[in-house]
Ligand binder design. Structure first.
Ligand SMILES: [Zn+2]
Length: 319
């Protein structure tokens, strides 16, 4: 009998659910918008009913290996508890895994969303060709995941791979984690918008000032198109993003000497602007990189990486 699993990628604004078989083929997917403000119980109900709909549809003739959830935030792996999640207020210390197992009556696997994305890329993305990789997810925040010998590296509590909080600039901008100058404070979409608003306040960017004068809030996509049109301040922002990523990657390459480092998330779409300064920085700072063989690439699966990783948790545990 064919095995399949259900993967759930819980985002701040999107809830993506898919039934995926052991060969990595998506049998069916459901995309929902997460009404996080509706509260924890409403989000849980939505997840459970989407999972049940997929299970009912695909369970005949196939064996459900389990259900995997990729969740933003810090997770105590042993207890299956969320310590905290910036995107999911009110889930603090919630015994998520036990509650889901109770409601669904089957085995549930919890994983940090960036770890799940790293695992998904390893299973069905560019990572198929290698044993280990590091993933950086560049979105509203910066997440990280480390896969060594095909498995996620969890560390003591399950919180390893918080690569968005590597210090890049000791006296840099304050980060949500309490530290200063984290990668996240310099290379996330939030950081891009912060730098753009600073440029507007300093009247150093005609293109961004024009955008701000239109009354719409500045987004990283607006900064990207301003940079593409040659606005110097907008171009400088992506140089800073590349510089910060280059320092982080140089350290990661020196630490792990893995064959592959993968970037995904909304900001990775600006690769053409930030990659040249990023690669120059890695080259300059890492003698391990200069020794050769390291690949730095954009995710093959993109937004689906986390979904594949979530489904792979029960599939890989079963075999
Ligand atoms: Zn931080």
């Amino acid at each position: 009998m064919r095995d399949f699993a259900i993967g759930v990628d819980v985002g701040g604004t999107n809830l993506r659910v898919a039934a995926i078989d052991a060969n990595g083929e998506i049998l069916q997917r459901i995309n929902l918008t997460t009404e996080v403000r509706a509260g924890r119980d409403a989000v849980l109900e939505e997840m459970v009913s989407a999972v049940e709909a997929l299970r009912a549809r695909h369970a005949s003739g196939a064996r459900l290996a389990g259900i995997g959830f990729g969740v933003p935030g810090l997770i105590y792996m042993k207890e299956g508890k969320l310590r905290e999640s910036p995107n999911l207020p009110g889930w603090h210390d919630y015994p998520l895994r036990d509650m889901l197992e109770q409601k669904l009556g089957t085995r549930v696997f919890l994983e940090n969303d960036a770890n799940a994305a790293a695992l998904g890329e390893k299973w069905m993305g560019h990572g198929r060709e290698v044993d280990g990789l590091v993933m950086l997810t560049l979105g509203t925040g910066v997440g990280g995941g480390i896969v060594l010998d095909g498995r996620i590296w969890h560390g003591l509590l399950g919180m390893a791979g918080e690569l968005g909080h590597i210090t890049i600039q000791p006296d840099g901008p304050r980060c949500g984690c309490g530290n200063h100058g984290c990668l996240e404070a310099l290379a996330s979409a939030t950081a891009i918008v912060r730098m753009a608003n600073e440029a507007v306040a300093q009247s150093s960017s005609p293109a961004l000032q024009a955008a701000a004068a239109g009354g719409r809030p500045i987004t990283s996509a607006i900064v990207y198109s301003a940079a593409k049109q040659g606005d110097p301040a907008a171009r400088e922002i992506f140089r800073v993003v590349g510089w910060a990523l280059g320092i982080a990657l140089a350290d990661l390459v020196n630490a792990f000497n893995l064959p592959m480092y993968v970037l995904m998330g909304g900001v990775s779409a600006a690769w053409d602007l930030f990659a040249p300064p990023m690669l120059a920085e890695v080259e300059r700072r890492s003698f391990v990189y200069r020794a050769g063989g390291t690949r730095i690439v954009v995710s093959k699966l993109g937004a689906d990486a986390g979904l594949f990783g979530a489904a792979y948790l029960p599939l890989s545990a079963a075999c």
